[in-house]
Design a protein around this ligand. Structure first.
Ligand SMILES: Nc1ncnc2c1ncn2[C@@H]1O[C@H](COP(=O)(O)OP(=O)(O)O)[C@@H](O)[C@H]1O
Ligand SMILES: [Mg+2]
Length: 261
């Protein structure tokens, strides 16, 4: 099967008052349909910038990419309608009901009014939040809000969804729920999932394959077990040992999760 996503030399530079920041320095990757791909790297590695380019929110400075069958540079509008995106911060209107937000999102993705309403009910049933449809978004817990964020990427049944740090800031039980939700999206609909995380345990648990980025470059790539065998010394090595071996750096402290870069 053809890859659902390819990039060649994808790069993005920011000009700031203090100079030029090379956030992404030229990334090549191929993602197969139905994969859960984890883009792993420490804060500032270029994960969000990469995701924003692949979802048409940022224009690449150079390089090429094909996403969901369309050229990213020449056909950004088509790419946008073929994908789902969940940003690092929630995009829902806190004053609206869950039902209204999901239906509005369906309309954004060009569903008819009736289709959008039907799809809202379907998503709520399939993703276990039918009881929340008439709540105001501001009344949801952190975990519930994040589930809604993910559902907001799905009304048009995209072949690929992009999730930027989907579980950052969640308590352990909500993280486990969200992992389950991500696995279900792939299992039930065959959706390709492209997620970023700086949590090693999350990357290990969820991803079929990892691409590790550091300072805007790909530094390693492979299935978690392959990376551990190749760099960590044995397939039983932890991903943490492996990451240290690859980057030459120890894990950074993070107050939100026990095992983070
Ligand atoms: N809009 C911007 N303007 C200037 N620099 C930016 C901008 N967005 C990101 N950067 C810089 O680019 C680098 C990569 O950022 P980002 O992609 O957000 O990393 P990550 O998501 O891996 O934490 C960082 O050095 C960050 O400060
Ligand atoms: Mg980020």
């Amino acid at each position: 099967m053809d890859p659902i996503l390819t990039t060649r030399g994808l790069a993005r530079t920011f000009r700031t008052k203090r100079g030029t920041v090379e956030a992404v320095r030229g990334i090549d990757m191929d993602v197969e349909p139905g994969e859960i791909l984890g883009l792993l790297g420490p804060n500032g590695a270029g994960k969000s910038t990469t995701l924003k380019m692949l979802t048409t929110l940022l224009r690449p400075t150079r390089g090429a990419a094909t996403v969901a069958g369309h050229d990213l540079i020449r056909e950004p509008a088509r790419v946008r309608l073929g994908i789902g995106y969940v940003g690092q911060a929630s995009g829902v209107d806190p004053t609206e009901t869950v039902r209204n937000e999901l239906t509005r999102q369906g309309r954004f993705y060009r569903l008819t009014r009736a289709e959008a309403a039907t799809r809202t009910a379907e998503l709520a049933a399939e993703l276990d939040f039918a009881d929340l449809l008439d709540r105001t978004c501001s009344e949801l817990s952190g975990g519930q809000k994040r589930r809604l964020d993910v559902a907001m990427a799905l009304p048009h049944r995209p072949a690929i969804v992009f999730l930027d740090e989907p579980t950052t800031g969640l308590d352990p039980a909500s993280r486990a729920d969200l992992w389950d939700l991500i696995r279900r999206i792939r299992a039930e609909w065959g959706t390709t999932v492209f997620l970023t995380t700086h949590y090693l345990d999350e990357a290990d648990a969820l991803s079929d394959r990892l691409i590790i980025v550091d300072d805007g470059r790909v530094v390693a790539e492979g299935a978690p077990a392959e990376l551990k065998a190749a760099h960590g010394g044995s397939p039983d090595a932890t991903l943490q040992d492996t990451f240290i071996a690859i980057t030459g750096r120890g894990p950074k402290r993070d107050d939100l999760a026990p095992v983070a870069l």
